[in-house]
Ligand binder design. Structure first.
Ligand SMILES: *Cc1c(COP(=O)(O)O)cnc(C)c1O
Length: 365
């Protein structure tokens, strides 16, 4: 089989999506399925739809265009603020986009006018994480100006936390978002239907005790893919954490000293880790590196294998008591960073399958 390759179990992903859709529906919250880590892959997108997710969301226009071209159904939402230079493509491919800049909304309205359509908008509010968002004190004015555009429909508001500064979604900031939704409804005497509370980092709050207020949507990627919440990377009850396995091939296996010889400077990727002298070790070289994934986000599935380091095209393992003959394969689990880099690398073959029985188990309550 070709290596390196990413084995993707769509039945585990479907299961994760179904569980999250159900649990959140019980709390009045709908799910937008985020496809960006999978580059808008149509098999993945259709898996989400078959799990009961109605809206798909992606950060890249290119991914949304690819899903449309492949005939994927359903509402599509652009979750990164549109580039002005892509306004026409955004309006053509996405039903909705998340926005914070009036100039961009003006361009979207003009593009929608030219295409004879109406484009939906969510206004994103800054609630402390300091990535995208309108300051809360400016929201009312932004709503008023947004409503004045002829080819724009304002569907509601949203926020995004835990991405730039790790701000935890909690009763306080979610309460503030609900209060802002109530305030604009009152001021403009209508109900803006969507209040989108955030991403996978919102799940502890969303599934926990306490009122959910006006929050009726979450945009979920990582939790569906990796079965964990991103704040503490804890497994979520009832979800598979092993839908993805990265496999690489051994190209050298030799006994070598545990410490390098010579004067030590930097490597291509910064300062080298210093190793303790533990005598000669059995070392395996794998044909995978920074050009394929984020090596720091890989964990060998076989517990006794240990990653010593990586360069552009090589990963170095201490094989301990394992034999790793050349030509054999080593399997890894991946974190979110390793996953998105592997997905985006042309060197990593993606292999989709549907057999959740093959490996691993569901996290227990
Ligand atoms: C990436 C992203 C998401 C999804 O985040 P996950 O942690 O993968 O659930 C949601 N909203 C926005 C704005 C994003 O950029």
């Amino acid at each position: 089989m070709t290596a390196p390759r990413l084995e993707i179990d769509l039945s585990k992903i479907r299961h994760n999506a179904q569980v999250l859709v159900k649990k959140l529906a019980d709390r009045g919250i709908g799910v937008s399925g985020v496809t960006k880590a999978m580059l808008g892959n149509p098999l993945f997108a259709n898996t989400l739809l078959s799990a009961g997710i109605r809206g798909l969301a992606d950060s890249r226009v290119e991914d949304i265009e690819n899903m449309r071209k492949a005939g994927v159904d359903g509402q599509m939402e652009l979750i990164r603020s549109p580039m002005l230079s892509q306004a026409a493509r955004v309006v053509k491919s996405a039903n909705i986009s998340l926005n914070t800049e009036l100039e961009t909304i003006a361009a979207l309205s003009a593009a929608a006018g030219a295409q004879n359509c109406v484009h939906g908008i969510l206004l994103m509010v800054e609630l402390g994480d300091l990535r995208e968002g309108i300051m809360p004190s400016d929201l009312e004015d932004m709503v008023r100006r947004t409503l004045a555009f002829p080819n724009i429909r304002l569907d509601g508001i949203g926020t995004n936390l835990a991405c730039q500064n790790g701000v935890v979604p909690d009763a306080r900031n979610m309460g503030e978002l609900s209060a802002l939704a109530d305030a604009i409804d009152a001021t403009f005497d209508r109900t803006f239907p969507v209040v989108s509370g955030g991403n996978s980092a919102n799940l502890n709050w969303a599934l926990g005790e306490g009122k959910k207020g006006r929050i009726n949507n979450l945009r979920l990627g990582e939790a569906i893919l990796l079965g964990c919440e991103p704040l503490h990377r804890q497994p979520l009850d009832g979800l598979y954490a092993d839908a993805f396995v990265l496999v690489a091939e051994v190209i050298e296996c030799k006994t070598k000293p545990s410490q390098p010889t010579g004067t030590i400077g930097q490597t291509a990727f910064g300062a080298a880790k210093s190793a303790a002298n533990s005598g000669p070790i059995r070392q395996a070289l794998l044909a995978i590196g920074h050009a394929d994934t984020d090596p720091t986000g890989l964990a060998p599935i076989h517990q006794s294998l240990k990653v010593l380091g990586a360069s552009s095209d090589h990963l170095i393992l201490d094989t301990q008591d394992q034999t790793c003959p050349i030509g054999s394969e080593v399997a890894f689990s991946l974190n979110y960073s390793a996953l998105i880099h592997a997905m985006a690398s042309p060197f990593v073959t993606k292999q989709y399958h549907q057999n959740s029985a093959s490996r691993g188990s569901i996290a227990a309550a």
